[in-house]
Design a protein around this ligand. Structure first.
Ligand SMILES: [Zn+2]
Length: 256
């Protein structure tokens, strides 16, 4: 598709850090020429659009061509804006694992040193915390956003305990993982499956499990959190924002 071809070409010859700086301008041009309209609205970048597009040929997700956000990120942002406005207070410390770039751009601008973007394997981000052993003090963060990370992590219970340790007692952790329709299936701790096998079993080359809904809830609660789950419903308002139905956000608060 046209969007993916342009992205591939740009990534091929522009360094990632420079592309990060140029991205808002390049995307504005792209939207001006190809997606001008007002049928849809992205709450993250505040763009009106003629349509959202699938990020991959085989995907039924909806990507914003103006900022690259997916349905699940817009769902989170919508919930934050409606019910968790305190996260936008620049004094609040936020730990954000593998953030979506536009969201990261906004939080960096407002929260400055109180915003901790992190990715263990990508030096583009400011920090490179191992989620199974986070190099940060106890009770340090007001908010943690951990989206589509735990399905990559062998010792996910260790990771959840770490999230609880570095979160303030009054803090909130927003979690999301890909969910299967059945029970959790996962790679045994003492095995390392091939990329092909992982893709076949868990849907992606670098995933080590596919969570079942109830089991994921159990694992969060067993790690010392109280839990609330928000699920997106089909509605005209959400259709306009490109938010798919049945997207689950797990909102965890330390239970002590
Ligand atoms: Zn957008």
């Amino acid at each position: 598709m046209f969007y993916r071809s342009i992205k591939k070409i740009l990534l091929g010859f522009i360094p990632k850090t420079l592309l990060y700086k140029l991205e808002p301008f390049l995307r504005k041009l792209y939207v001006f020429f190809f997606f001008r309209g007002d049928a849809f609205f992205c709450p993250i970048c505040a763009s009106t659009l003629s349509l959202f597009i699938p990020p991959k040929k085989t995907s039924n997700d909806l990507l914003c061509p103006a900022c690259g956000s997916l349905s699940r990120i817009r769902h989170l942002y919508d919930i934050l804006q409606k019910d968790y406005k305190d996260i936008f207070n620049p004094e609040k410390k936020i730990l954000h694992f593998t953030p979506q770039r536009e969201l990261m751009r906004q939080f960096k601008k407002t929260h400055k040193a109180h915003y901790y973007d992190t990715d263990l394997f990508d030096s583009f981000y400011t920090h490179s915390y191992d989620i199974q052993s986070i190099d940060a003090p106890d009770k340090h963060f007001d908010y943690i956003i951990c989206y589509h990370v735990l399905e990559h992590v062998k010792k996910d219970l260790d990771a959840l305990k770490e999230l609880k340790r570095v979160l303030k007692p009054s803090g909130i952790c927003f979690l999301q993982v890909p969910l299967s329709k059945g029970n959790t299936i996962e790679e045994p701790l003492d095995e390392n499956y091939s990329e092909e096998k992982r893709k076949h079993l868990y849907g992606q080359e670098d995933h080590v499990r596919w969570y079942g809904f109830e089991d994921f809830k159990d694992r969060i609660e067993k790690s010392g959190f109280c839990l609330e789950v928000v699920r997106s419903k089909q509605s005209i308002a959400y259709k306009k924002l490109g938010i798919l139905a049945n997207d689950c956000i797990f909102i965890a608060r330390p239970n002590t």
